[in-house]
Design a binder for this molecule. Structure first.
Ligand code: SF4
Length: 243
C-alpha cells in the first residue's frame, strides 16, 4: 500500500515511454556540449573510481580534483593504501573536510587487500559490504568502472527526476529508496548508461540546480512539470524588480 503511494509521489505510473525518451534524448544532447571534465571520468579503473567516489561524498567536485590526483600518486593501488598511515591520509584530505574518511579509506585498502586480492568487487552485494560504500557509490562503481547498466541516484538526481516527471511531495533518498531506484532504472537508457549517468549529474549541478534552476534556457522545459511554476515565479520577481 505504502509503496503505491510512494510511486505516485515521484511520477504517475502512466509516465509515457515517449516522455522518458524525450528526457533522455534532450539530456544527452545537452551533455554532448556541456559535459564537465574530471580525471575520474577519464578512467574505468575500479580502484580509481571507488577512491574518487569516496572523496566526492558531500564535497564539491572541483575541490576534489587536486587531492584526488595527489592521493593516487601516493597510493596508486589498494596495496599502498592498506600500508598507509591514517594520519597521513587525514592530512592529505584535510581541505575536503569530513576527516573520518581517512579511516574509511584506510579500512577500504586493508579489506580489498585481505579479502579481495587487492581488487574492487564487481557485484552489488560485495560492494555494499565495503566501508563507506552505500547504494550510490556501489552503483557508480558498477556503472563507471564495470560498464554495467546501473542508475546512480543521489539527492541531485532525485531533484531532476522529481521536477521533470512531477511529484506530489518532496523526496529524499532514504525516504522511499526502492521507489526512487526503480524509477531511475526505468528512465535509464538500455545502452550508454555511463554517459547518461554523467549527463544527469552534470545537468543537476549546472542547470536544474537546487536554488534558481535555469528553466528559461533549459533544454527540457517544454515537457517539464515544474517549469511553469518556476517560470511564473521568475516573471513575478522581474515584475517586482520592474516596479
Ligand atoms: S525546466 Fe527547470 S525544473 Fe525543469 S528540468 Fe529544466 S531546470 Fe529543472
Amino acid at each position: 500500500m505504502q509503496r503505491n503511494t510512494d510511486r505516485k509521489a515521484i511520477a504517475p505510473p502512466y509516465v509515457a515511454a515517449v516522455k522518458m525518451r524525450y528526457f533522455r534524448r534532450r539530456l544527452m544532447a545537452w551533455a554532448r556540449k556541456m559535459r564537465r571534465a574530471f580525471p575520474w571520468r577519464e578512467t574505468s579503473d575500479p580502484y580509481r573510481i571507488i577512491v574518487a567516489e569516496l572523496l566526492l561524498q558531500q564535497t564539491f567536485a572541483r575541490k576534489v580534483v587536486p587531492i584526488y590526483e595527489e592521493f593516487l600518486r601516493r597510493y596508486p593501488s589498494a596495496t599502498e593504501l592498506a600500508r598507509a598511515h591514517a594520519s597521513k591520509i587525514r592530512s592529505l584530505i584535510l581541505p575536503l573536510g569530513l576527516q573520518y574518511r581517512a579511516k574509511t579509506l584506510k579500512a577500504l585498502g586493508r579489506i580489498l587487500v585481505e579479502e579481495n586480492a587487492g581488487k574492487v568487487p564487481d557485484d552489488l552485494r560485495s560492494l555494499l559490504k565495503l566501508p563507506g560504500v552505500g547504494a550510490y557509490t556501489a552503483n557508480a562503481v558498477l556503472c563507471f568502472a564495470y560498464g554495467k547498466r546501473r542508475p546512480v541516484v543521489d539527492t541531485n538526481v532525485v531533484r531532476v527526476l522529481q521536477r521533470f516527471f512531477g511529484s506530489k511531495k518532496p523526496l529524499r533518498p532514504g525516504e522511499t529508496d526502492r521507489m526512487i531506484w526503480e524509477f531511475a532504472e526505468r528512465v535509464l537508457p538500455q545502452r550508454d548508461a555511463r554517459r547518461y549517468n554523467i549527463a544527469i549529474l552534470d545537468f543537476a549541478a549546472l542547470v536544474c540546480t537546487h536554488y534558481k534552476p535555469q528553466c528559461s534556457t533549459c533544454p527540457l522545459r517544454k515537457h517539464c512539470k515544474a517549469a511553469p511554476s518556476f517560470l511564473a515565479h521568475e516573471r513575478d520577481s522581474l515584475r517586482i524588480v520592474g516596479h
